[in-house]
Ligand binder design. Sequence first.
Ligand SMILES: Cc1ncc(COP(=O)(O)O)c(C=O)c1O
Length: 393
Amino acid sequence: MAHQCSTVAVHGGEERRKPYGALTTPIVQTSTYTFASTSEILDFMRRKERGDLPVRDEYGRYTNPTQTTAERKIAALEGGARALLFASGMNAITTTLLTLLSSGDHMVMVEGAYRRTIEFARELLPRWGVETTFVPIDDPDALKEAVRGNTRVIMSETPTNPYLRVMDLSHMVEIARGHGITTLIDSTFATPFNLRPLEHGLDLVIHSATKYLGGHNDLLAGAVVGAEELVQKIEATRGVLGGMSNPNDAYLLIRGIKTLDLRVRRHNENGQFVAEFLAAHPMVSRVHYPGLVSHPDHHIARRQMKGFGGVVSFEIEGDMERTGRFIDRLGLPYVGPTLGGVESVIQQMAALFSLHREDREEAGIRENLVRYALGIEDADDIVADLDQALAGI
Ligand SMILES: Cc1ncc(COP(=O)(O)O)c(C=O)c1O
C-alpha cells in the first residue's frame, strides 16, 4: 500500500518487531560482528559470493543495523530501491562520483552547485583524468551541447544555493537518455517532501542529510538513493573509501526524519510568508524565492515541486557594512553557515568569501546578499524580528 510522506517518515524502513520488543530502533554500537565458528564464516563467504544479499553484518565499515534502518527509511521516502548512508553529504557526493567516473570520462555539472562539490569537480577530479563542463541552469541547449561521447554523468542541484534556482529535471533526463549517462541530483534543498526526483526519471538522488533530513543541527550525514544495481557499485566504493556514518548519527537521523513532513510543511509556510513580507519591504531590493511569481524559475518549481522550501535569499538596500549591521540587529536567527534545522540560521553570503573576493564575484554574490535559512519558529515572530532590524538600519 502506498503511504503518504508523513506515514513513511514515521514507519518507513523500520522493522515492526525490533530487538527486545523495543519501540524505537536500537543503536547498535559495535565496530564488528562475530561468527559462532569457522564453518559459519565459510558459509557466509559462499552466500556472499553467490550474491545472496543481504547476508548479515560483518564489519562496521560495510554495514550497521541502525544505519541500515536509516537507509531503508530514506529509500522509502524517495521511492527508491536502495539508499546508502555516508559520514557527510560531501562523502556521499565524492564516493558516488568516484564510482561513476574513470580516467578519460567527462561530466556535465549544472552551475550553482555547493562550492565544495564544484571544488571537487574542478580541483580534484582532473587529477584522476576526469574533466567537467559547467553549464547554466536555465539553458537546455548548452546542456545538450556540453554532452560528448565520453560524458558519463550529468549532475545538478535543485533548488540551488543561494539564488534558489530550480533545475528542470526533464531536461536532464531527455538529454541523458540513450547515451549511457547517469543523472544525479543533489536534492538537499528540496527534501523528499517537496520533490521526488526518481519519479521524474533521475537515476540517483543525493542528500546532505545534515540538513532537512536530520533537521536538528545535531548530526552530519549524507545519502544516495537509486536502483539496486547502481547503488551496489557505490556501496562497494564506500567499503573501500570508508565514509560510513555511525550508529549514533544514524539513530538521530531516524528520529529526525520521523517529523520531516511536519517540519517541511512549516519551513514551506515560513518561506512563503517571509519571502512575501520581504518583497513588499522598501528596504529590500530583491528577494530570491521560487514561491514568488517574480522568481525566474517559479513556473518550473510549481510544476515540479510540492512546496518551495525554507530558504529565502534577499538583497537589502545597502553595502557590506550595512548588511552586516542588519544581521547583527536580528534577535531570532543564529548567525552561521547551515540550513535545514528547526532553528533559523542566517548569514551574509559575502562574509563567507571575505578572503576570496574574486571567487565571490565569479559566483555572482553581491555584498548585500543575505541567506535566511528559516527554522520552524512562528512566522509572525520571524517577520516582527526582520521588521525591527530593517527599521533600525
Ligand atoms: C546542497 C548541498 N549539498 C551538499 C552539501 C555538503 O553536505 P555536508 O555538509 O553534509 O557534507 C551541502 C552543505 O554543506 C549543501 O548545501
